[in-house]
Design a protein around this ligand. Structure first.
Ligand SMILES: Nc1ncnc2c1ncn2[C@@H]1O[C@H](COP(=O)(O)OP(=O)(O)OP(=O)(O)O)[C@@H](O)[C@H]1O
Ligand SMILES: [Mg+2]
Length: 315
């Protein structure tokens, strides 16, 4: 059986549903509303959809960095978390503008990489023209004037083509995901609406249950909401399957044989209610309990002991 020990992101059924929802908001250029209780995986899903871990880590000025242009080029989704306190009125639009610029930057980088060999070779051709002057200190060239003009024209032609392509590169943003949308106050919501109204993009507001009621107070924004999506906890079968496939928190000690005991599996399903964050914490604690007591097998008393060290209900 394959093992998911230390695996990163899991493509759960809820994630697939979220992805379809985002695809629809992007395609029909709607504002979508996604709500779900804390800890079910909204943020992780959204970041995964936007490939945001890679986008954030990419550094154009260090080609030897951990993320290559190939891994992020073609990105069209922005992921944004508004700050808890917005101190300056321009903060949100500026932040989002900056992130959209970043995506456009990837396209520019691609153009530059494509054109660089041609530009460099034209550069070299022009540069050698001045070799004569450098060597002799005399003005003039050691090739006929037509050749000087040809090379200079060629350089200018290529340079102008590159600049032209750069200028013509549109903002590739097709969808903006706003996490923690509950934080947005009236001004923030109004600013999001203004960004959406510029056209050409979809937007997804992500938050806790109740977000839809909160937004209903702002009819202008509310009337633009095309889709609503509820992000649900994992199903019992999914938790069972994750445990069978030995999904385990990356940093926690994992029992040798996974969790074989049916009753323990049932207890874990009951305690976590399919909440991913709670599952993560409970398994971490189970690992600790086993380690501290030098036990090997997960049993119901182990699960119970692990549960006691959790603050259930504040997932
Ligand atoms: N698809 C997944 N694959 C692996 N782990 C996940 C996944 N989804 C969630 N998790 C785990 O659950 C934790 C909580 O997920 P996340 O922060 O995305 O929840 P949330 O719904 O955004 O919660 P909140 O409403 O509190 O912001 C993550 O830190 C991670 O450990
Ligand atoms: Mg979140």
């Amino acid at each position: 059986m394959s093992s998911l020990a230390g695996a990163g992101f899991i493509e759960t059924k809820q994630h697939r549903r979220f992805r379809e929802f985002c695809d629809a908001c992007r395609r029909y250029q709607y504002i979508g509303l996604c709500y779900g209780p804390p800890g079910v995986g909204k943020t992780l899903s959204a970041r995964h959809y936007a490939n945001w871990d890679k986008v954030e880590r990419y550094r154009p000025d260090s080609p030897g960095g951990t993320v290559a242009l190939e891994q992020i080029k073609g990105s069209t989704v922005v992921f944004y978390t508004p700050p808890v306190v917005v101190t300056s009125p321009g903060r949100l639009p500026n932040d989002i503008e900056r992130l959209r610029d970043k995506l456009r930057g990837f396209c520019l980088e691609e153009i530059r990489r494509e054109e660089q060999p041609r530009l460099e070779s034209a550069n070299r051709e022009v540069d050698v023209l001045y070799e004569y002057h450098r060597r002799t200190g005399l003005n003039g060239f050691d090739v006929p004037p037509e050749e000087v003009a040809r090379r200079q024209d060629e350089w200018r032609r290529i340079f102008e083509r590159v600049s032209g392509r750069e200028r013509a590169q549109p903002d590739p943003t097709a969808l903006i995901l706003i996490d923690e949308a509950d934080r947005l106050k009236m001004t923030g919501l109004e600013q999001m609406r203004a960004i959406f109204d510029q056209g050409g993009i979809g937007m997804v507001l992500i938050g806790m249950p109740g977000l839809e009621k909160q937004l209903a107070r702002y009819p202008q924004l509310y009337s633009r909401i095309g889709f609503v999506h509820e992000f649900k906890p994992l199903s019992r079968e999914e938790v069972r399957q994750l445990l069978q496939e030995r999904w385990w928190p990356a940093l926690a000690p994992m029992p040798e044989g996974g969790i074989a005991d049916e009753e323990s599996v049932a207890a874990i399903i009951r305690i976590t209610g399919g909440n991913f964050r709670l599952l993560h914490r409970l398994l971490t604690q189970i690992g600790r309990v086993l380690e501290i007591n030098t036990l090997e097998k997960v049993t119901v008393p182990v699960v119970e002991a692990a549960r006691e060290s959790l603050v259930i209900g504040t997932a």
